[in-house]
Design a protein around this ligand. Structure first.
Ligand code: HEC
Length: 377
């Protein structure tokens, strides 16, 4: 072991360095939360290669409308953000009526099921009348409309399914077999064997409400009343990469701001008593990898095949930066203290891990699940 300079710090100095390291760790975690909202698709914890390619290189995978309906509803409600909230509690209309109808439907089903048990039936009916879960079911149904609409677009937005919506519509088969979707938007064959989604009806009630040439407001400038108007937005388009201004801004914020932090954590590790070869690799790692990662942001703008290749390296490099930072913080804390201090730090980390685990299971996972809606088709 080398001599440790961190150990030589006066106690107050150690406390300051330790809290600084922990704060940087917490700050980095909140940067990751921010990354989720900025770049990940709904339901996804962090952006993967697919998202970074579309963000830094541009992609041809989705049409304008698909992008608007997949994007997180926290993005701005406009043509470059998200229209997803047309299907959520934020902007979906007719909720009161839908809840009322859902209660009626559930009551009818209960009457059918419990027709020989009047007491249980009475209980069940009063439960349905007050159950707040019914509202959730309604939103689930409404999100089903979104999923059906996306499936229709993805499978070629055929006019026959749109035009026949009053009669039949888009067949809900395969992965959509068990899709929960608002009853008024579904047509079921006589024998009950096949369901169809009323695409025109969904567009009419969820989009044309605002996107009507005769309505007021800015959305009226982009009418979606007819098949032609709607499908104008359905062809896969090359979404452009992040603008140069934005790229320059986040490059310099990262290079200056984060470099400062990684410099501090790396320097702390360099002052520890760990073997030189380890320190030489880990101490500057976050700084070096960050420079490589940010270079990739720029190289990602190159033409295929190189551009997308650089873009897909971004999540991996970002992960390595996080790993470097984490080991710098942990190793430095470990080295700085003796037995009792280490025990204290470990206890603190265990409490943090348990707390993080609980938040992960109780809050983050359900949140992501809800965000993703049902089976994304
Ligand atoms: C509550 C009103 C409202 C609803 C409902 C709504 N939108 Fe929008 N939409 C807007 C507004 C406002 C804009 C921004 C218009 C502007 O740029 O001035 C917009 C923009 C758009 C654009 C971009 C138009 C362009 O060429 O720039 C598309 C595409 C779009 N919406 C599709 C949809 C779809 C599909 C639905 C239904 C799922 C929908 N919208 C539901 C209000 C709405």
């Amino acid at each position: 072991m080398n001599e440790s300079y961190l150990k030589k710090l006066p106690f107050a100095g150690k406390i300051v360095v330790a809290t600084l390291l922990l704060s940087i760790g917490i700050g980095f975690t909140s940067a990751i939360v921010n990354l989720h909202f900025q770049s990940a698709n709904a339901g996804q914890p962090l952006p993967g290669p697919e998202e970074t390619v579309s963000e830094f290189h541009g992609s041809k995978k989705y049409s304008h409308i698909e992008r608007l309906l997949i994007a997180n509803e926290t993005k701005p409600f406009n043509g470059s953000g998200s229209m997803r909230s047309a299907f959520t509690s934020k902007r979906a209309g007719g909720i009161k009526r839908a809840i009322k109808e859902k209660r009626i439907l559930l009551t009818e089903l209960a009457e059918e099921k419990l027709k020989d048990k009047p007491e249980e039936l009475a209980k069940e009916i009063s439960r349905i009348g007050n159950d707040p879960e019914v509202e959730k079911l309604v939103y689930q149904d409404i999100d089903g409309e979104r999923i059906a609409l996306l499936a229709w677009i993805k499978n070629g937005y055929k006019k026959e399914y749109y035009e026949n919506s009053q009669l039949q519509g888009y067949p809900l088969t395969g992965a959509l077999d068990s899709l929960k979707i608002s009853p008024p938007m579904v047509h079921i064959t006589e024998d009950g064997s096949q369901r169809f989604a009323n695409i025109e009806g969904i567009i009419e009630s969820r989009c044309v409400r605002c996107h009507d040439a005769n309505a007021g407001g800015s959305a009226a400038n982009f009418p979606l009343n007819t098949y032609e108007e709607f499908t104008d937005y359905c062809a896969p388009e090359k979404s452009s990469a992040k603008s140069l201004e934005k790229l320059a801004l986040s490059s310099h914020v990262h290079l200056l701001g984060f470099a400062m932090l990684y410099g501090i954590t790396g320097f702390c590790l360099a002052m520890t008593g760990f073997p030189n070869f380890l320190k030489v690799i880990i101490a500057p790692s976050a700084l070096i990898i960050q420079v490589i990662e940010i270079s990739c942001w720029w190289f990602a703008r190159m033409d295929e095949p190189l551009g997308p290749l650089f873009a897909s390296a971004i999540p991996v490099l970002g992960g390595l930066v996080a790993l470097g930072l984490l080991s710098q913080i942990l190793f430095s804390l470990w080295d700085m203290f003796e037995i009792s201090g280490r025990k204290f730090i470990i206890t603190l980390l265990i409490i943090g891990a348990i707390f993080g685990g609980i938040i992960g299971i109780k809050v983050i996972l359900p949140y992501l699940k809800e965000e993703a809606g049902q089976v994304e088709n």
